[in-house]
Design a binder for this molecule. Structure first.
Ligand SMILES: Cc1cc2nc3c(=O)[nH]c(=O)nc-3n(C[C@H](O)[C@H](O)[C@H](O)COP(=O)(O)O)c2cc1C
Length: 366
């Protein structure tokens, strides 16, 4: 089904931007996982609109209600039960009337025309299901997956903003910590680049324009052996997960497109004997994945997000009758989606890794 993702650790998201709420049903989470509910809320807070002056000013508290699948056990504390975990966030700050001017025109580069082409009907307010509010369910479920991965394997998944428009961060991925990423509202851990990104985003908002950029992510502590050898390669599933995010336009793992400019001698990751009786690589151009399967090195990916489609500058478009017209969009929008995209990228990586780890449990039997 089009709103579900994963095989064993499986999520189904539901809800529209201006409906009564959004959420997720997460099936397949193992029982007796100690679940920190506040940590689920923390990831949602990092995704929340109105969190800083760089984001949309839609003011949603995005308080999660965990409806099922988690209990307060007398001795174990807050734990998963192994049954479906349903999580709900109610929409509070809808300004549905603000979208009336979009009822009869198609926003350039948004999902208005394609939803009409596909369904013949759509929720206009807030972009309905094409809105980034859909990702609330993913982030909530991803926060559970993050806790499962940390508890079972000590895996740590950290994303950060690496580039906004023409401003590049200069950071060593090995030194990035989750705390460092959260020190600036841009979620760029290079302070000098973060200041320039902030200025560029604020200028774009003033100009009625928007900016794109890239998120980088590292997953540390992923054991060797996760991923399937052919269609469900770890790389392929990560690519699908990332490109399923709104406004995502590109995916790279390891050296990515830059690797095409290298030679094999420079690009190959030499093996050396590792301390735990298994090989390790001395470089990581593979981004921790070889043959679609994790090799034990950190997983490193990069995701490109386009400039936000809805801008307040005048644009050419057509109306529902296919007549040429112009649009000056109103409503509250992110001038740059990058800072809020970070927890979404992390959540999707956690979902993919949790699913592949559980799949690996099914074959690690002899
Ligand atoms: C964090 C985040 C926030 C977003 N906020 C907006 C927004 O305020 N306005 C908008 O037009 N698009 C926004 N988008 C992107 C749209 O949802 C997306 O561009 C649209 O659904 C069309 O899909 P596509 O860009 O993937 O083709 C946001 C995306 C993300 C990841």
């Amino acid at each position: 089904m089009s709103s579900s993702f994963g095989h064993i650790f499986r999520v189904s998201t539901w809800g529209e931007s201006h409906g009564s709420g959004v959420g997720v049903v997460l099936d397949g989470c193992p029982p007796r996982l100690p679940l920190d509910r506040a940590a689920v809320q923390r990831d949602l807070d990092r995704r929340r609109p109105g969190q800083s002056r760089l984001t949309t000013q839609r003011d949603e508290a995005d308080q999660v209600e965990i409806l099922s699948g988690v209990i307060d056990h007398p001795t174990l504390g807050s734990v998963t039960t192994g049954t479906p975990i349903a999580m709900l966030v109610r929409n509070k700050d809808q300004q549905t009337g603000a979208y009336d001017h979009l009822r009869d025109v198609y926003r350039p580069s948004h999902a208005d025309w394609t939803y009409d082409a596909k369904y013949g009907v759509r929720a206009v307010a807030g972009g309905g299901r094409s809105s980034a509010r859909e990702t609330i369910g993913r982030v909530a479920a991803g926060a559970v997956a993050r806790q499962l991965l940390a508890h079972a394997l000590g895996i740590e998944v950290i994303g950060w903003v690496d580039q906004v428009h023409d401003v590049d961060a200069s950071v060593d991925g090995a030194e990035i910590t989750a705390k460092l990423v959260e020190t600036d509202p841009t979620r760029c851990p290079d302070p000098e680049a973060a200041a320039r990104m902030t200025a560029a985003i604020e200028q774009a908002r003033r100009d009625g324009d928007s900016l794109g950029g890239t998120v980088r992510l590292v997953a540390r502590g992923v054991p060797a052996g996760l991923g399937e050898p052919v269609f469900d390669k770890l790389e392929a599933d990560l690519a699908k997960a990332m490109l399923s995010l709104p406004a995502a336009k590109g995916f790279e793992s390891g050296s990515g497109f830059a690797g095409t400019r290298m030679t094999g001698t420079a690009h190959n990751d030499p093996f050396e004997p590792g301390p735990e009786g298994t090989p390790v690589t001395t470089t990581n151009y593979s981004g921790g994945i070889q043959g679609g399967i994790s090799n034990g090195a950190p997983i490193e990916i990069r995701v490109a997000f386009k400039p936000t489609a809805t801008i307040s500058s005048e644009q050419n478009t057509v109306d529902l009758e296919n007549r040429a017209t112009t649009l000056v969009a109103r409503g509250r929008h992110d001038p740059c989606v990058l800072p809020r995209a970070v927890p979404m990228v992390e959540a999707m990586v956690c979902l993919v890794l949790a699913d592949h780890w559980l799949r690996q449990q099914a074959i690690d039997v002899l």
